[in-house]
Unconditional design. Sequence first.
Length: 375
Amino acid sequence: MSVEVRPVETRAERRAFVHFPWQIYPGRYPAWVPPLLIEERKRIDPKKNPFFGHGAVELFLAYKGGRVAGRIAAIENRAHNEFHSDRVGFFGMFESEDDAEVASALLDHAAEWVKDRGLDRLRGPTNFSTNDECGLLVDNFEDPPYVMMPYNPPYYEGLLTRWGLEKAKDLLAYESRAEWFNAERFAGVEDLIERSGLDVRVRSVRMDRFEDEVALVRDLYNSAWERNWGFVPMTDAEVDHMAAQLKPVIDPDLVLIGEIDGEPAGFALVLPNVNQAIRRVNGRLFPFGLFKFLWYKPRVKGVRVITLGLKEEFRRTGLAPLFYLEIFRRGTRKGHTFAESSWVLEDNHIMRGAAEKMGFRLYKIYRLYERALTP
């Protein structure tokens, strides 16, 4: 049977695009956490996702034998290309049956779409940028993903490489348990800071001044990560959008601001792993899923360290190990026994070394792929 790929245009097609993962995962991949449908609809809505302020997206569905067999998003991220002075196009939201013909047809259409916009390389998966979920899981399909991390079947790797995509970069996830934490590594950290003469402090985010704190975090994030591979500065609108999404699940004691002599120097964003609650609602918060979510949310026993970064001039002040120590202390006080630190670039040896010294172990690998596009 031949494969037909068509752009998503109607409301029914958008619904089919959002719901397609339920044709792939249930009953076959127990580690999958169904995404919240309400958030997936917002993601692809130009009126609700601020990514569309500096990017363009075309959604495609693949049909085989008269039924939907796959989906993909072709992406132009103008903010990325302006920041890095390149011409990379992206793909994301990729899902496919185990069918090379379907996957290749989807990737062909995504490649043609980005080429038509003057771009010369296809990279992904990203949904829709590196500030969102990104990477293809290539190792450890047994453990469910932590909050805001992707999941996919093992056969996706073969579908992408068969089309000609090659590794661009690996993104690593480390996991730890409370009993693995190497407290001896941090012995004397506070004494060293005191002897330095610097006023080094770590505080909780202030929810009563949430908008001001969000603006502060935006500036710290864009400063601390600007030299990272694939980094794209977040706009004010994107930061506000993400903050609104995260506010209902934030534990203020685990979102930390570091200050040195009264000046903001870094921050750590640590979220309870609410995927443990989200997986119970099968994508729907309403009408009854919200009650399930609220019931299971207080029973979450793990956290994800999403970001931990310092401005460059403060990276040798002792603030970084103080962050690690505070995360451990606060997390265990709240009953958290598991943690994931993700994601870390494979060649970020400083962060990898710090995670391993703290007692984290590499346990998942996500991969970004790319392929040069011929004119």
